[in-house]
Design a protein around this ligand. Sequence first.
Ligand code: NAD
Length: 484
Amino acid sequence: MHKAKQKIINPANGEVIAEVSVNDADGVAQAIKRARLAFEQGLWPRISLPERKNFLLKIAQGILEHAQELARLETLNTGKPIKESTFMDVPSAAETFKYFAENLENFLQPETRRISSEIACAEGNLLPEPIGVTALIVPWNYPLLIASWKLAQSLAAGNTVILKPASLTPLSALELVRITQGAGIPDGVVNIIIGSGASVGEALCADINLDLISFTGSNEVGKKIIGYTTKNVKKLIMELGGKSASIILEDADLEAAVNGSLCSIFLNQGQMCTAMSRIFIAEDIYDAFIDSFVERAQRLKLGPGEDFQTQMGPLISAEQRKKVISCVEKAKKEGAKVLCGGKIPDAPELKKGFFFAPTVLAGVSKEMTIFKEEIFGPVVCVNKFSTLEEAIDLANASEFALAACIWTKDEAQAKELASKINAGTIWINTYGMFFNELSYGGFKQSGFGKELGRVGFLEYTRLKNIVVDKTKESKPLVNYWYGF
Ligand code: NAD
């Protein structure tokens, strides 16, 4: 049958860079069938752990061998500066496969416990097993990296996979799947579905043959997916949006706080789930911080991602830019003051792309829409605070609870403050340090479940509880009930 095609656009100039075939609901059902068969009858869940490790190491190696091409594709497709895709996204993707390859044997060890009470003794074994067929649904902001996190963990656990990249950004995911094939992963283990959420989402998520959905994306779509899954019971990992807060205390290293805050909202054009889109500054240093922050935000070099000098690329699409513009316009109407940006840049060489100037808004109160809603663009609200209680209250005044930053030279005070901030990850004097070793995930409307680390890895398994009776004097406990 003839498959429909979809054009893939370079957001830096609006030009078509590729055409990909898209799947329909039938294609989804076939992919799930292949994955089910590979799980029930194939080698992948059954091969020895050292063999599984070797396959994953080959994928890591394959990513490094194709690093330049992957970075170029990622930048062309998302618009992100090539410096970011070359030095962050691609090497981190390879590192994640390597990490889970090297740790899977350890993480899959059963946890054995001796349990005893007055009447019974038992040996309990909690055994992590592959969970089955997993759907990995990925957003467009880190297409390669987030696909790699999910794929590495799911494969390391012994599962089979349906990978669904965002329809705007499938190119690096397609290349990643080719790399898994090159590494010799058996047929049917890694499947990819291309298509919009609206056209394939429900067919994928409601299918009874799916055992787990690991979703990273917006709160809105996350809730839809939870709705689809009420038709059948399955495990969910939900990594959703954020409206994260950065708190700059009076004694902060100002230079580091300014630079860190620029990264925390303008890297990847602010299209980061953990973007610090609300910055709260101690009133005594507010003016000094703002002068430096706004001055540097205005100097960020905008341009096409392929240029190594570019510090900020275009937004992902015309539609996303429209959304950002309407959020800023609404904020202005509600009383926000634009300290810089707030518009499409004037430079003629940027006209064809979906660029938006780095934007700093002041005078934003808790009641305003821009304080509450995720924008997913290079737009930050700044406020001052006079007491720590006020800073905590402002930071926690959000339905989201994904991440936060604290800037201070007093580590003890920072840790004390961290204990009062409602967020799944808190960075002290830094931003965006993700490690394969450390599990990451949000609270409240930012979702549930973890990615990475041992805890994140175990999300991709099911824990089987095996109990052996070890009751004293070798008299099985059951004999006390019906042992006439
Ligand atoms: P999105 O929710 O629009 O899409 C995410 C994925 O879901 C895409 O693959 C999309 O095609 C798919 N999808 C859309 N509708 C669907 C449906 N009805 N059924 C099934 N799948 C569907 O998100 P986006 O715009 O690609 O990414 C931005 C969002 O992702 C932001 O809200 C951001 O905060 C969030 N995000 C969260 C994290 C995290 O770790 N918490 C990381 C990155 C991005």
